[in-house]
Each structure stands twice: as structure tokens, then as C-alpha cells.
Design a protein around this ligand. Structure first.
Ligand SMILES: Cc1cc2nc3c(=O)[nH]c(=O)nc-3n(C[C@H](O)[C@H](O)[C@H](O)COP(=O)(O)OP(=O)(O)OC[C@H]3O[C@@H](n4cnc5c(N)ncnc54)[C@H](O)[C@@H]3O)c2cc1C
Length: 428
């Protein structure tokens, strides 16, 4: 059986943060990183905008400001981001405050989907040059916590310490791992909402602030704004029962004036926190996703704001002509009536947030704006950690979005560093 001091499952930012940190602090360490995908699949690969200001990406349960800032400084030092300039922020902030909303001023950088791929490849090469074994297209299947080995689709691998960082898509996989290790967990929080797509002139703030973070009452917020050469995409999910559904998402390529499509997209999300007796917020989310998929003939739904206001279903005809003057960037989507598929309380709060946003920056409620549904974030596994380094049982650590310790690239990277400090204690 192959054996390593440290095994890292997942080459996303959590895995990378841990690997570089381990190497920096213990030069002679043997490390294996595996990933089931040919290239890391998360946000570094999609749009790759990075936020360097607390609390963006740092769940309050695990991070206070001082701790997050300490790790963020290390992430910044390593990634050396060129922070994007911002302007007119005070004007937007004052308009938002008058409506009981707020606009957070965040340090951001944006590499784009193509720039993110280059970054991943460069980082993996650096790791390999530093002696890390990297095995892509290898999937972890199970763990034996007593005898300290994992089983993949290719082999068995022994570890002294292990970090499992499978991201949001590894949600069910991580739950299986927790069940086999006897780790208790909760998953009572989720984000549900719509992704809006409109012309840049209807949301011109993006010229002043690439990814503006507005917070509205009732836990509604803007999230993941993309502009320039920006596209809405769909992500496939499969429930444990085998039902397929899609969540929408968005990304943009690196700035390139020749290829700008003049569009902007961003999510309006509502955070929902369940209490007893609902056992799983994720299962609730899946039912929402499956219902939307049922209505959309296996596709996500889209509706023009103009139709939504009139209480009418959007039809193919709604996607042409006059007021409806741009094509949706996500073609494989069903013109529909999202209010039939979305719980009314969530929709009401999101619509209220959209009206406030349209008052702060007039334009977003233009009839042509498209609302895509559903956008659901499945990243709220909350394991019971036994220490502050995200250890779940002896020598086994979790980190990143799948494990609930982050909600973004920089938070995931910081989580990986934090976990690596615990892993090092095992090795010394
Ligand atoms: C389309 C999209 C766009 C996004 N855009 C942004 C953005 O612009 N900015 C931002 O901050 N965040 C963004 N995010 C969120 C961001 O992806 C995450 O916050 C971040 O990537 C989490 O890092 P992670 O290391 O926890 O997981 P991930 O980056 O998801 O990495 C997990 C890795 O583990 C691998 N894996 C999973 N299960 C197994 C297994 N069983 N065996 C082996 N390997 C496994 C996966 O293939 C994956 O490569 C985006 C997410 C998506 C999906």
C-alpha cells in the first residue's frame, strides 16, 4: 500500500492552501493530493474572483474577524492579488442605508475563468516541483479511520494525517465519510434564490465595483456578480435517489474588450435556517431543485421581469424583440413562471430586495432582465469539529465549502492553512 505523511483529497483552494502551508513548515514531508476531476472544479476554475475582506467567505460559526484576518493576510501574501479599484462607493452606500440596506466595501480581484485555469495549472506545477505527488482523475471512495487508510477507485493509500476537502459537489460524499467515522453533523442552513441577467447599462455599478455586496433585510444578499464577457451556466446535481436537477450559476472570462457581451449576472440569495424537526436543509433544497426541473422539462427556469410583474409565464416569444432585446446567455433553460416553483416567502423577500436594489441603482427591474431559477448553494454541512483546526476524529481533518468552513476561494484557502497547522501537530 502507498503511504504518505499527509494525504489531501481535493485540489481546490482548501487543498492547495493546506499543501503549500505544510510544505512551508515541514520541508521533508511526503504529500499526496488526489482529485477525482482532471482539473480542480470549483470557483478557481469558474470566474475566479477572490474576496479579501471579512466576513465574505468566512462563516461566523468558525471565524471571528481577528482569526480570519490573520489567515487572510497569509492568503494574500501567498497569492499576491492585484486588488481592483472601486469608485463612488459612498454614494451607493448612502442610498442603501436610507432603505435599511448596506453595501460592504470588499477588496477583490478577478482573474476570470481562463485566468483561473492558468492559476490552477501554475500552482499544481509548483507543488509538483516541490515534491508533492499529484494524482488527478482518482476518486476517494471510503476511509478506514482505525487503520488509517483510504480506498480510491485505483488503490488503497495509507496516511498519518489526512485532509478531506471535496467542495460543495462532495456534499453527499462527505456525509458518507462522516457516517463511517461516526462524526455528528448538521446541515440546517441553505441559500436559495435567483440569478439575474441584464445589460450592463441597467446595473452600471459594476463599472465602479466588480462584485458589489449588498445586504438587504430578511437575510437577502447579492452574490457572485460577473460582467464583461459574462455567462450564466447550469450545474448538474444528482440526489441520492438518482433524480437530476440543475442549479444556475455565473462566471466571466478575463477582461477582453473584443469579446464583451455587454451583460452582467449576479445572484440574489436568501439564507434560510431551519430548526427542528426538519432534519436536512439540503434535502429541502433538493426537493426545490427537483420541482423546478420537473416544471422545466429537465431544465432550470427563466422568466423576464416584465412577465413576472404582469404575473405571466415567459414564453419563447418573450425572448425576442423590442423591450426584450438581449438573448439569454444560458440557452438551455425553460421560459417559465418561477413563482409556481419557488416558495412564496423566499420569493417575496427576494423581490423586495430587487425593488430596493432598483431604487439604489435604477435599472435592474427593466422588463428585459431575466430571472433564472433555481440558484441553490449546497455547502452547509456542519460537522462537529473536535478542535479549532477542523479535526473531526484522530488525524482526520475537513476544510472548505463542503465542510462548511468557507464560502469562497479565500475562505477555503484560509481553512486549508488552518487545518494544516493541526495536521503538523500530528506529524511532529
Ligand atoms: C461555478 C462556480 C463559480 C464560483 N465562483 C466563485 C468565485 O468567483 N469566487 C469565489 O470566491 N468562489 C466561487 N465559487 C465558490 C468556490 O468554488 C468555492 O468557495 C471554493 O472552490 C471552495 O473550495 P474547496 O477547496 O472547498 O472546494 P472545491 O474548489 O470545490 O474543490 C474540491 C475538489 O475536490 C474534488 N473532489 C470532490 N470529491 C472528491 C473525491 N471523492 N475524491 C477526490 N476528489 C474529490 C473535486 O473534484 C474538486 O476539484 C464558485 C463556485 C462555482 C461552482
Amino acid at each position: 500500500m502507498d503511504k504518505y505523511d499527509a494525504v489531501i483529497v481535493g485540489t481546490g483552494p482548501a487543498g492547495m492552501g493546506a499543501a503549500f502551508s505544510l510544505l512551508e513548515k515541514k520541508k521533508d514531508i511526503s504529500i499526496l493530493m488526489i482529485d477525482k476531476a482532471p482539473v480542480s472544479t470549483g470557483g478557481m476554475r469558474n470566474d475566479c474572483k477572490m474576496n479579501f475582506t471579512y466576513p465574505i467567505g468566512f462563516p461566523f460559526e468558525y471565524w471571528d474577524e481577528a482569526t480570519a484576518d490573520r489567515y487572510l493576510a497569509q492568503v494574500k501574501e501567498f497569492l499576491k492579488p492585484s486588488i481592483l479599484p472601486k469608485s463612488n462607493i459612498a454614494v451607493y452606500q448612502s442610498r442603501a442605508e436610507k432603505l435599511g440596506c448596506s453595501l460592504l466595501e470588499i477588496q477583490q480581484t478577478h482573474l476570470g475563468t481562463d485566468g483561473g485555469l492558468r492559476l490552477i495549472q501554475e500552482l499544481l506545477k509548483r507543488l509538483q516541483d516541490m515534491g508533492v505527488d499529484i494524482s488527478l482523475k482518482e476518486e476517494m471512495l471510503s476511509i478506514n479511520g482505525e487503520q488509517k487508510f483510504i480506498e480510491t477507485d485505483l488503490r488503497e493509500i495509507g496516511y498519518k494525517t489526512i485532509l478531506i476537502a471535496p467542495g460543495r459537489h462532495g456534499f453527499h460524499f462527505l456525509q458518507d465519510v462522516m457516517q463511517s467515522l461516526g462524526v455528528r453533523y448538521m446541515d440546517n442552513i441553505l441559500d436559495v434564490g435567483v440569478r439575474l441577467e441584464t445589460r450592463i447599462e441597467h446595473y452600471p455599478i459594476v463599472k465602479d465595483y466588480y462584485d458589489p455586496k449588498f445586504y438587504f433585510p430578511e437575510k437577502v444578499r447579492t452574490f457572485c456578480t460577473n460582467s464583461g464577457n459574462a455567462h450564466v451556466v447550469k450545474e448538474k446535481y444528482v440526489t441520492e435517489r438518482g433524480d437530476i436537477w440543475y442549479s444556475v450559476n455565473g462566471h466571466a472570462y478575463a477582461p477582453d474588450a473584443a469579446r464583451n457581451n455587454g451583460l452582467v449576472n449576479f445572484a440574489m440569495l436568501k439564507t434560510v435556517r431551519f430548526t427542528e424537526p426538519l432534519a436536512s436543509g439540503q434535502k429541502f433544497a433538493e426537493y426545490l431543485g427537483v420541482m423546478a426541473s420537473l416544471m422545466g422539462g429537465g431544465k432550470p427556469l427563466m422568466q423576464r421581469v416584465g412577465d413576472f410583474r404582469m404575473g405571466k409565464r415567459s414564453k419563447t416569444a418573450t425572448f425576442n424583440g423590442d423591450l426584450y432585446d438581449f438573448e439569454p446567455s444560458l440557452k438551455d433553460c425553460c421560459p417559465s413562471d418561477i413563482s409556481l416553483a419557488m416558495p412564496s416567502k423566499i420569493l417575496r423577500y427576494i423581490w423586495s430586495g430587487m425593488k430596493k436594489l432598483d431604487t439604489i441603482i435604477p435599472g435592474i427591474l427593466h422588463p428585459s432582465t431575466i430571472m433564472y431559477y433555481p440558484e441553490i448553494k449546497l455547502y452547509a454541512n456542519k460537522p462537529e469539529y473536535i478542535d479549532s483546526h477542523f479535526q473531526v476524529v484522530d488525524s482526520v481533518y475537513f476544510a472548505g465549502d463542503g465542510a462548511g468552513t468557507s464560502r469562497g476561494i479565500t475562505g477555503a484557502w484560509a481553512s486549508g492553512i488552518r487545518a494544516s497547522e493541526g495536521m503538523l501537530e500530528h506529524l511532529s
